[in-house]
Design a protein around this ligand. Structure first.
Ligand SMILES: C[S@@+](CC[C@H](N)C(=O)[O-])C[C@H]1O[C@@H](n2cnc3c(N)ncnc32)[C@H](O)[C@@H]1O
Length: 213
C-alpha cells in the first residue's frame, strides 16, 4: 500500500479542475480523497485494505512508507528525479499524504469504502471521474490480461464520463504491458486515448490512459 499525495495525483493525472464527484479506485493510503473532499468534491476512495480494523490499517500505512523507497533503490537506474527533485522531497510528500489519509479515515470513514476490482460496490455511472493509480498495469505480475479487461470495464461502468489510469508500465523495472493495445480494442462503447502527463518517475512512464464514454 502506498500513500501518494494530492500533488502527485494532480501531476500523474494532469488534473486542473475536479468535477463534482470523483472515485479513487485502489486508493490505498493516498491523501487525494481527503484533499479533494476538503475542496468540496464528493470524493470516495475504495480499496480492499479498508476492511482492516482501524489499528491494523494505521500500522499497514505506516509500515508501507519505506517499501516504496526500497523498490526505487533496487531499480535505481529505472527512475528519474525531475518531478520530485530529491528523495527527501518525495518522502516528505508521502509522509504528509499518509498523515492526511489517516486523519481523514478517522473523521470521515464513510469516504473510505472496502472493495476490490473487478467488482466495485457502486451504481452504474456513480462518479463523473474515476482515477486509478498504481494498480492496473503496475501489478501486471500479479493480475493477468483477463483481470485487466474486467477491471477496466468495471471502472468504466461506475464512471459517468471519464476514467484515468496511471502508469501504463509494470512496477520495478517499468516493463511495458504487451497486451495493453489488445485490451483497448476489447472495450466496447469507449473512446481510449493515451495522453502525456507532466509527471515522470519510472523512466518513460509519462502517459496515462483516458477512457471516455
Ligand atoms: C501501490 S498501491 C496504490 C495506492 C494509491 N493509489 C497510490 O497511488 O498511492 C495499490 C493498492 O491497490 C490495492 N489493491 C490490490 N488489489 C486490488 C484490487 N483487486 N482492487 C482494488 N484495489 C486493489 C492495494 O490494497 C493497494 O492499496
Amino acid at each position: 500500500m502506498t500513500s501518494r499525495s494530492y500533488a502527485e495525483y494532480e501531476a500523474m493525472f494532469d488534473l486542473t479542475e475536479l468535477p463534482g464527484s470523483v472515485l479513487d479506485c485502489c486508493a490505498g493510503g493516498a491523501g487525494f480523497t481527503a484533499e479533494a473532499a476538503a475542496r468540496g468534491v464528493d470524493a470516495i476512495a475504495v480499496d480492499p485494505a479498508y476492511e482492516l480494523p482501524a489499528a491494523e490499517l494505521v500500522d499497514t500505512v505506516r509500515r508501507s512508507l519505506p517499501a516504496g523507497g526500497a523498490i526505487v533503490d533496487e531499480h535505481a537506474d529505472r527512475f528519474v528525479w525531475k518531478w520530485y527533485g530529491t528523495p527527501a522531497h518525495k518522502d516528505d510528500l508521502r509522509i504528509e499524504a499518509a498523515d492526511r489519509f489517516l486523519q481523514d479515515v478517522s473523521i470521515a470513514p464513510e469516504r473510505y469504502v472496502p472493495g476490490s476490482l473487478p467488482e466495485l460496490p457502486f451504481d452504474d455511472r456513480r462518479f463523473e471521474l474515476v482515477l486509478s493509480s498504481h494498480l492496473l498495469f503496475t501489478w501486471a505480475d500479479k493480475y493477468d490480461q483477463d483481470w485487466h479487461l474486467a477491471a477496466l470495464r468495471e471502472l468504466v461502468r461506475v464512471s459517468a464520463s471519464e476514467v484515468r489510469v496511471f502508469p501504463l508500465v509494470q512496477q520495478g523495472a517499468g516493463e511495458p504491458v504487451t497486451y495493453l493495445p489488445e485490451l483497448l480494442t476489447e472495450l466496447e462503447g469507449v473512446t481510449a486515448e493515451i495522453r502525456k502527463v507532466p509527471y515522470e518517475f519510472q523512466v518513460g512512464a509519462d502517459e496515462m490512459l483516458v477512457l471516455s464514454r
